[in-house]
Each structure stands twice: as C-alpha cells, then as structure tokens.
Design a protein around this ligand. Structure first.
Ligand SMILES: Nc1ncnc2c1ncn2[C@@H]1O[C@H](COP(=O)(O)OP(=O)(O)OP(=O)(O)O)[C@@H](O)[C@H]1O
Ligand code: SF4
Ligand SMILES: [Mg+2]
Length: 350
C-alpha cells in the first residue's frame, strides 16, 4: 500500500528493493505489422527482465521500436499487429491474453505513463475525480475513501497544497504538475510494473529531472519495476539501473548503466554516447554529434548487422552475417550483452 506522506532520503542512491526474481520477464518478443507495403518487422526477438524496484531504460533513436515494445507488453497495439514470444507478469502470460484480462491487468498490475499528460487527462473533470475513478474501478473502494486516497496520492507525488489541488482541473496545473498527477493515477492501484514512454519529453529540462527523480524514488520505495522508454541516453545516467539499447527493432546492447557508459561495446551505443551532451563530447561548434545515416527501413531484413551502413568499423563480415546478442544463454540475467563482431571496447573480434 502507498504511504500517506512523501518520505525523503530515498534519493538516487536508494537501494533497489531487489528480489533477484523478475516481476516482468520478456522473451523473444516480436511484433510485425501488416501494411499495404507488406509486413513490417517493428520488434524482433527482444528479451529482458525487470525486477521489483528496478529501473530499466530502453533507449534508441526515433523509429527503433521502443513504443511498439512498450505497447505490446500491455496488449495496446492495433489489430494489424502480430505479437509473438512471451511476456510474463509475475508468472501470468500476457501475450495472447484476452482483451478482458488485459484490461483488468492494465491500471492494476501494469500501468502506463505517456508523454503528454493533457491527452491522457480528461479536461472536464477535476484531477481528484479522475484519480477517484481509477480507484473505484480497480479497487472498489467507497467514494469518500477514494477521495482521501486521491489527496494522499497527490501528496506522494509532491503536489503542493494537495487538499486544494485535488479539486482543480487539468488546465489549472503546469505541465510538470499534470505529469505528477499522471504518475499518481498510474500508481493509484499499486502496480507491479510501470511503463513510462518518454514521460518527460514535453517538459522543460529542470522539470524533466525532477519528474525522473520522483519516478525513481517512488519505484524504489514502493517496489515498482519501471520500464523507462527514452530516446535520450543522457537522461538515463542518473536514474536507470540497467539499459537496453535498441536499434531497428532489436536489442543491440544491454548492460548495467554504469558499465554501459564506461565500456560500451556496440558502435551504435558509442554513437549514442557521442550524442549525449556531456562537456567534452560536444562537437567543436557546440552542436551535439549525431550518428550519420538513418535507421534502416524495417521491411528490409538483411543477413547483416543492421547498423553496418552507418558503422565506422563495419567489415565484410558485418555486411554478410548478423551478429547474435551474446552471450545468448540466460538472456534476462546475463549482465552485459551486445551484438557486434568487432566490439568497440576490445582488441579482439568475436
Ligand atoms: N500501427 C503501425 N503500423 C505499421 N507500422 C508501425 C505501426 N506502429 C509503429 N510502426 C512502425 O514500427 C517502427 C517502430 O515504431 P515505434 O513507435 O516503436 O518507434 P519509437 O522507437 O518509439 O520511436 P520514437 O522515438 O519516435 O517514439 C517504426 O518504423 C514505425 O513506423
Ligand atoms: S557488427 Fe560490424 S557493423 Fe555491426 S556494430 Fe559491430 S562492427 Fe559495426
Ligand atoms: Mg515512441
């Protein structure tokens, strides 16, 4: 259950409520869309685990399959999508689950936060009423109890004067406050997993940092596993425990955050790190470095490294054979995995 008072002191270094057992276990998840141009493979054989209290960041450029991965976890994709593989939420299989079962799970054990809270909040109802509805729908509590829980939740997410704010409408709140309300709604039923898809992209940089810190602190305190989707590797350094780097629908590298920053192996990751705005890594004219080239069209499934066209280290081998995400055994637990024939941090080829 959620506490009624926001506690302090959790901070970035709060120990994860790690159980060593994944709450969410994704294996060989693939998504294809039927389109007029043919079949589009948006997500290809993605596997990862997330534990209670852990923040897993999924990072990559636009179009690399982050949102499709996120939506497929909770069965939110349109009917033109075919999803295969396995998504186990505390042992319950979500791939192939009925719409009714998935509706029950969403908002209860699995919650989402999206980029723009204004489109997720209903402008004609007070924020309190919207939180109350979530609580009554999923937890069957009385109207009175739900209202006092709504105030507790607004307190928890750091909204000042929550007893007054609970009766305000979304347009009366700033963007950052609205995103805090969305977090309160997402946490209302004590979900085991929270999927946050670019939750701060629409916000000012300082507000972004505060919201991400809040998410991380709440995840640790409440034991919620968080999957944070972002195109910005810069924001994950402070808040993620582990990072999954996606390129063209596949995981190309995954590692604990510090290790990924210290010893990246895939050339796409090193390219992304080059685009992270840290002092020394800016181009001489002050602009961020960008990785040249474009994410390949996903209908093309070459027997090659998908990054070969853009990679400074590409060899003939890279153009004719696809590197596996290795080591291949025990995909959820192996600490550092990458799919590259000529890793950036090693003299040795694979
Ligand atoms: N309904 C759909 N039908 C066909 N293709 C789709 C559909 N939805 C997404 N795609 C394709 O799947 C690929 C992955 O899209 P996705 O939205 O997951 O990217 P993303 O990594 O979230 O990018 P961004 O950072 O821009 O949000 C893209 O090529 C996209 O065009
Ligand atoms: S496999 Fe080859 S093309 Fe792909 S990232 Fe590694 S070096 Fe570059
Ligand atoms: Mg997206």
């Amino acid at each position: 259950m959620l506490g009624s008072q926001p506690q302090t002191g959790g901070g970035k270094n709060a120990a994860a409520a790690s159980t060593g057992r994944p709450v969410l276990s994704v294996r060989d998840l693939s998504v294809t869309f039927r389109t007029e141009e043919g079949s589009v493979s948006a997500v290809d054989s993605v596997s990862f685990d997330v534990e209670a209290g852990e923040v897993l960041a999924v990072v990559g450029e636009s179009g690399c399959g982050k949102s499709v991965t996120a939506m497929s976890l909770g069965g939110l994709l349109p009917r033109s999508a075919t999803v295969t593989g396995s998504v186990l939420l505390e042992g319950t299989e979500l791939v192939g689950a009925s719409d009714r079962q998935l509706r029950g799970i969403r908002g209860d054990d699995l919650a989402y936060i999206f980029q723009e809270p204004m489109t997720s909040l209903n402008p004609v109802f007070t924020v309190g009423r919207q939180i109350v509805e979530v609580l009554r729908l999923h937890q069957g509590v009385s109207a009175r109890a739900a209202k006092s829980r709504a105030v507790e939740l607004l307190t928890l997410v750091g909204i000042p004067s929550p007893a007054r704010r609970v009766d305000e409408y979304p347009h009366q709140l700033s963007g950052g406050m609205r995103q805090r309300v969305m977090i309160a709604m997402a946490l209302a039923c004590g979900p085991k997993v929270l999927i946050a898809d670019e939750p701060t992209t629409a916000l000012d940089v300082t507000v972004q940092a505060a919201i991400l810190d809040l998410l991380r602190d709440l995840g640790k305190r409440l034991g919620t596993a968080i999957v944070l989707i972002t195109h910005d590797l810069g924001v994950v350094a402070d808040i993620a425990d582990r990072v999954v780097v996606m390129y063209a629908g596949r995981i190309v590298e995954t590692a604990p955050t510090q290790e990924l920053f210290d010893a990246p192996q895939h050339h796409y990751t090193t390219g992304l790190l080059g685009a992270v705005p840290t002092a020394g890594r800016r181009a001489s004219d002050g602009r961020l470095q960008e990785i040249p080239g474009l994410v390949p069209v996903l209908t093309v499934q070459p027997d090659a490294c998908t990054f070969a066209e853009r990679c400074p280290a590409a060899s003939d081998r890279c153009r004719t054979s696809r590197p596996p995400l290795a080591p291949e055994e025990n995909p959820g637990r192996t600490v550092h995995r990458f799919a590259c024939w000529h890793p950036a941090g090693s003299e040795e080829d694979r």
